[in-house]
Design a protein around this ligand. Structure first.
Ligand SMILES: Nc1ncnc2c1ncn2[C@@H]1O[C@H](COP(=O)(O)OP(=O)(O)OP(=O)(O)O)[C@@H](O)[C@H]1O
Length: 206
């Protein structure tokens, strides 16, 4: 069976050149490397937010450039490094994201379930404006996880969390994704997380 993703001679402009690599389905893959080596750019290639300048990128054996971008982005969901939340309550933030995607709003119980998975089980009427960076990061993650993509791309998902919270979130996330057959691809600087949770690690060099 074809791997989930396969890169062949992928380059971006004159600045980035990637090794030929593949990422397997239903695994937790970590992407690591020094700042500026192209980790975030690679995640953007994987859901076609950005396209390589040359080379071939295959998704389940098909040239990603030939796939419909909106459908692809629903299936391969990118959670960016920058957290974007509306100046509203937690529940209203879920509602905004679901409205935007034209999806029916999940029940309070479902919202609470995903918040708890991400270590963010705060009352639903809490205003996101009054929360810490780490709390906001977990809520943002819970919203995206609740969309139940086939592939979840996380760019530094625990950068604002202490090590204990990072471990808890990653532990829950990995178990959940395994149970639901969601492939997890994570960019992280945190070596202890990579050590604990990676099924496979890809090291990029500039
Ligand atoms: N759209 C773009 N156009 C031109 N250059 C870009 C673009 N996006 C990223 N770059 C450059 O590509 C390089 C890699 O950026 P990228 O954000 O992928 O690195 P990174 O490994 O994720 O870094 P960090 O660990 O610091 O987040 C950087 O030098 C950056 O300036």
């Amino acid at each position: 069976m074809a791997p989930l993703f396969e890169l062949q001679n992928v380059r971006y402009q004159t600045i980035l050149s990637y090794p030929n690599l593949h990422i397997e389905d239903k695994q937790t893959t970590f992407i690591i490397g020094k700042s500026g080596c192209g980790k975030s750019t690679l995640l953007k290639f994987l859901n076609r937010t950005l396209s390589p300048t040359s080379g071939v990128l295959l998704y389940k054996g098909q040239d990603i450039q030939k796939l419909e971008p909106i459908a692809l982005r629903q299936e391969v969901l990118l959670v960016s490094q920058a957290v974007y939340l509306f100046d509203k309550t937690i529940e209203e933030n879920f509602e905004e994201y679901y409205h935007y995607r034209d999806l029916s709003i999940p029940s309070k119980e479902t919202i609470q379930y995903f918040l708890a998975l991400c270590g963010a089980d705060f009352p639903l009427d809490t205003l996101c404006t009054s929360m810490s960076g780490g709390e906001r990061q977990r809520i943002y993650l819970a919203i995206f996880l609740s969309f139940m993509p086939r592939v979840l791309l996380l760019d530094e998902p625990t950068s604002a969390l202490d090590s204990q919270s990072s471990q808890l979130v990653l532990n829950n996330l990995k178990s959940f994704c395994k149970e639901k057959s969601i492939s997890l691809i994570i960019v992280s600087h945190d070596q202890s997380l990579t050590h604990c949770f990676a099924d496979k690690t890809i090291i990029l060099e500039r």
